[in-house]
Design a protein around this ligand. Sequence first.
Ligand SMILES: Cc1ncc(C[n+]2csc(CCOP(=O)(O)OP(=O)(O)O)c2C)c(N)n1
Ligand SMILES: [Mg+2]
Length: 387
Amino acid sequence: MTRSTAQPKQTRAKPSKAKPQTEATPTDAAFDAAAAAYEQAGDMFQLITPDGTVTGAGELPDPETRLRLYHQMRRARHFDERGWVLYRQGRLGVFPPFGGMEASQVGTAAALSADDWLFPTYRDTGAALTLGLPIARTLAYWRTSPHGWAMPENLKVLPFYIPIATQYPHAVGAALAEKRKGTKNVAMAYIGDGGSSEGDFHEALNFAGALEAPCVFILQNNGWAISVPTRTQTKATNLSRRAEGYGIPGVRVDGNDVLATYHVTREAVERARRGEGPTLIETVTYRVKPHTVADDPSRYRTDADNEGWDAKDPVLRLRTHLLSEGIMTEESEAALLKEVADEFEAALQEADAYPDPEPAEILDHVFAEPTPQLRRQREQILSEEKA
Ligand SMILES: Cc1ncc(C[n+]2csc(CCOP(=O)(O)OP(=O)(O)O)c2C)c(N)n1
Ligand SMILES: [Mg+2]
């Protein structure tokens, strides 16, 4: 964190040496490694430690909100897990998994309102679902079906960005448009650690800072850019400090603590709504899963690299907290999990019922009004089909 005004108190919560009360029981060595990783990570805002202990670094959201965040994280995790299965069954084209990063995505997106903008990368299915992107449309997108290309009219969620970093300047543009219109709406854009080495990232931060754009920049540092670890692709060890170079606040948060990500993002969103400009939030997390369903991480990383991250699982961490606080019981959780699974299966049926796309549909949704070139290409495809 680079500015002290209107920021959460900076705290580094040391993980307790006690074994965490989570489903994943790590060995003592693994837990020591996790503790060491925290030490190396430096100052990070955290509200609950991996074993569910409340740090007291800031106020917790009310119990209803904590439960809502758990529900959203379970929805996201369920999508991620079913996504793998559907891919293996040949029912999903490609899919970049995000399991283990739910707190980073859900806690940040949950701080937005329906009138705000969301600019997600391919990794951010969990964030888009949280703001309200329908599951059926999202499945269609990862089936590369046109039914997933056009976003619902009532949502300002952009299609998942595949080119790295381009979404950052676009988000600044959307934020400035809202500012000109005199609304209080903000634009939130996601990027990875790798993306933050791209020029677009830096141009966007400078542009947003200089023009006080109501933007919230989420930088998910998950340790890897495909096969390249963060420590190799930059000498910077605290990516939130990049904000300093552009004169804007930078916040570093435990990206596996959903209460913390929600807390700092809400502050950033409120600051943007008040007309006080952009914030950069680095969520420190880990890509537990492969880069995409087509990737084999055993080619470039070892078990030692991954050690300790299971013990920091964001979903199990909040679960431990909710159960110990009596906000959720095992029975109420079972009902919640059933609701999540039923919702997904109904959405899958809806997506399965979408008609197969016609070849010419590849040109749809490119522009609001097709250009002369697109019209010509459409005619060409249609005439080739007839031939
Ligand atoms: C402009 C551009 N350059 C290169 C690529 C190829 N590419 C796809 S993902 C990726 C790594 C991105 O890593 P990071 O930003 O850390 O995001 P993560 O995948 O970890 O979520 C690269 C280089 C691309 N999609 N776009
Ligand atoms: Mg990354």
